[in-house]
Structures are given as structure tokens and as C-alpha cells.
Design a protein. Structure first.
Length: 205
């Protein structure tokens, strides 16, 4: 650090320089090995192996989130408590053994990456990340698509009713209101039972 000496015993250092130093090189606690409880800490290699991340991720994450660490000789040890807490939100059911990659979903269902992320978010599908690769639960994703298909078979959206019966949007809403057909919101769309709407349209024919 640059300093301005004002006497034989005192010097001034700019606060901004100190803050910049601490930000670029966070404080590391140095301890004697005899005072160190290793069971409370991970090495970077242990974190990488346990949580399937690479060493670069460990270094970046611990610096950005100021994970407590101690340094013994040339080795860094990271707080288990803080690392485990960071990964707790990514834990998944150990019984889940089959997973899709996004590419496999794209090939099977013809979905875009954006559509896949939307499907996962809407249906709370379990996911995990290993070595930088995202995976989605095969069981949950297939179930979400299956229930989606069943729903399509039972319900019309307003747009589908308009196209099938050559009606305007106002006409569809008018029929729903006049015949008191129940509607429900499904994401961005309003839908209603096909059997009820078909019955009304059958009477009109």
C-alpha cells in the first residue's frame, strides 16, 4: 500500500486503498495446526468431489460469498457449515436415479430451452447440477407432460374454441357467461371443459 509518512513513527494510508486491498484479497485466518479442528472444514478437493463442482467454482464462490476459511501452510480449508448451507437448496431426493439433460428433452419433446425452463418452473420439477451440467428429474418431467396432454384432451382454451367453432373472442366469452360454464386460469390461459362447451354448441347447431 502507498503511504505518506508524516513522522518517524506515523504514516497515512488512504481508506480507499485499504478497502480495495480487502476486497481483492479478503482476510484469511492463519492458525496453528494444533489449534485447528479439521472436522469442521473442507478442502477445495473435498468440496469438488462431494458436490460435483470444479475447483475453479470453489475458489470463485468462496471469494464472492466470503466463506470463512483458514490457511495452514499452503492449504486453504473452508467452513463446512457455510458450504453445506450453500448447497442445501440444491438437494434432491436420493431416490431419484433417472435424469434428463436439456438436449434429451429437446429431442424427445421438441421443446426449446426457454420452454423447458418454463415447464420446470411451473411444475416445480427437481433439478441438479453436476460439473456445470444441469439435469432434470425424468420421472417428474414425464409426469408433467403426461398431465399436460390429459388436460389438453379435456379442456379448450379460448383460442382453441375460437378456431374450432369459427367464433370471435367476444362470442366465446358470451357463451361461457350465458351458459354459466366454469372457467379456470391455467398459466396465461383461460380454459374450460370441452364436454360442457360442446354440449352448448351441439344445441346451437
Amino acid at each position: 500500500l502507498r503511504a505518506s509518512r508524516i513522522s518517524g513513527r506515523m504514516a497515512l494510508v488512504r481508506r480507499a486503498d485499504i478497502e480495495l486491498m480487502l476486497k481483492s484479497k479478503p482476510y484469511e485466518r492463519l492458525v496453528a495446526k494444533n489449534d485447528f479442528n479439521i472436522s469442521e472444514y473442507y478442502t477445495a478437493e473435498e468440496i469438488a468431489e462431494k458436490y460435483k463442482v470444479n475447483a475453479k467454482w470453489v475458489w470463485t464462490y468462496t471469494r464472492q460469498h466470503k466463506v470463512p476459511k483458514v490457511r495452514i501452510r499452503q492449504f486453504n480449508y473452508y467452513s463446512k457449515k457455510h458450504i453445506d448451507a450453500a448447497f442445501a437448496k440444491y438437494e434432491v431426493d436420493s431416490d431419484l436415479t433417472e435424469w434428463y439433460t436439456p438436449e434429451e428433452i429437446q429431442e424427445k419433446y421438441g421443446m426449446t430451452r426457454v420452454a423447458i425452463r418454463s415447464q420446470v418452473y411451473r411444475n416445480n420439477i427437481p433439478s441438479k447440477k453436476e460439473h456445470g451440467q444441469i439435469f432434470y428429474s425424468k420421472l417428474h418431467f414425464d409426469l408433467s407432460k403426461s398431465s399436460e396432454q390429459e388436460s389438453k384432451a379435456e379442456y379448450y382454451t379460448v383460442k382453441e374454441a375460437m378456431e374450432k367453432f369459427k367464433l370471435s373472442r367476444d362470442s366465446v366469452y358470451g357463451i361461457l357467461q350465458f351458459h354459466q360454464i366454469n372457467r379456470e386460469k391455467n398459466g396465461r390461459f383461460v380454459r374450460f371443459l370441452k364436454v360442457e362447451f360442446d354440449r352448448v354448441m351441439g344445441v346451437r347447431k
